[in-house]
Ligand binder design. Structure first.
Ligand SMILES: C[S@@+](CC[C@H](N)C(=O)[O-])C[C@H]1O[C@@H](n2cnc3c(N)ncnc32)[C@H](O)[C@@H]1O
Length: 312
């Protein structure tokens, strides 16, 4: 496992099966998965999407085991590959957030035509699907998602909903945003959560305390609450369609040898090593949006390790 430090971060490359590496790595802030596509793209990649659930299952289980409540997952695939694996991800606690589409443009059509594909609209996309860990809390009435739990605990404290506004020092926004059960709900930021928790434990019924507790012993603190939430650094003007032609030029990795690589990754002197190498800019976008400096980024299916390079 070559390790290193530089470019402002520490890195390690595990040369082997990612399943043997997960337990060695620090818990991830973000996992960027670019594994099997169900297209026979590398030895072991199933030839159709039908084999993808079996292929991903041990990885998805390991990701769930090692993730924080605040970890995110970015899952690159074809649309059919992702649709096939989505129920597996959902079953293991990954909540769908959105689909980013890589639009490679019409140039991608060249050379990609056969008797079948000529009778449909040309496919020039891959998808990268963003997931968060499902935030849930145990209660005597069963496990609840955060939205339901916040209102449940407030009610359990015997407090009328409008008192949340007094707790947060606002006219009506706290009840409307944090305790609503409709789609206008917001997860309270740490400072507002501290106020809600403090108020409920001070003014709520004495016999049910502590309220808003993660361990049943003490109310959650602002710092603990903040750690449950994934990082999101917003960039204005970026949508979920990312347009860039297939890589050419200096960023495209060309094979010169790579004799230790599997056959499909052992191209001729000037052939591209990877059919659909991901633009570094896309990996940078993901990492900038979802991490803070010093966070751990996992790239389980390294290949050219574009996510690692972008992270550094
Ligand atoms: C679709 S490719 C993409 C890799 C990378 N994103 C790139 O741009 O080169 C998937 C890679 O995962 C590797 N791989 C497949 N199964 C793996 C496993 N269990 N552990 C680690 N790598 C694996 C394959 O050899 C291949 O290089």
């Amino acid at each position: 496992m070559p390790d290193g430090a530089g470019c402002g971060g520490a890195w390690s490359v595990f040369r082997g099966d990612a399943l043997d590496a997960y337990a060695l790595w620090p818990a991830p802030s973000v996992i960027i998965s670019d594994g099997a596509y169900g297209v026979g793209g590398f030895p072991g990649d199933p030839r159709t999407a039908d084999g993808l659930v079996d292929w991903y299952e041990p990885h998805v289980k390991a990701w769930a085991k090692h993730a924080h409540p605040s970890s995110t997952l970015w899952f690159w695939n074809t649309e059919l590959g992702w649709a096939t694996v989505h129920p597996l991800l959902a079953r293991h606690g990954w909540d769908y957030v959105q689909t980013v589409v890589w639009d490679k443009g019409v140039g991608h059509v060249a050379g990609n035509v056969n008797g079948d594909t000529i009778r449909r609209f040309p496919v020039v996309t891959e998808v990268c699907v963003f997931y968060r860990r499902r935030l849930e809390f145990p209660t005597p009435d069963g496990v609840m998602p955060a939205k339901q739990w916040l209102r449940y605990e407030w009610r359990r404290a015997g407090l009328p909903l409008h008192k949340a506004n007094q707790a947060c020092g606002v006219a009506n926004a706290a009840t409307r945003k944090y305790l609503t059960q409709d789609w206008l709900w917001y997860l309270p930021p740490a400072e507002m959560m501290e106020r809600l928790v403090g108020y409920a434990n001070e003014h709520g019924r004495a016999d049910g305390a502590p309220y808003f507790s993660l361990d049943g012993a003490a109310p959650v603190t602002g710092a603990e609450w903040a750690r449950l939430r994934d990082t999101w650094n917003h960039s204005h003007g970026i949508t979920n369609v990312w347009s860039a032609p297939p890589l050419h030029g200096h960023e495209r990795y060309k094979g010169n040898g790579l004799r230790s690589a599997p056959r499909v990754h052992r191209p001729g002197r000037n052939a591209a090593v990877h059919l659909n190498q991901k633009p570094l800019e896309f990996m940078r976008r993901i990492i900038s949006a979802c991490t803070s400096p010093g966070d751990a980024v996992w790239e389980p299916f390294g290949g050219l390790c574009s996510a690692v390079v972008a992270a550094l």
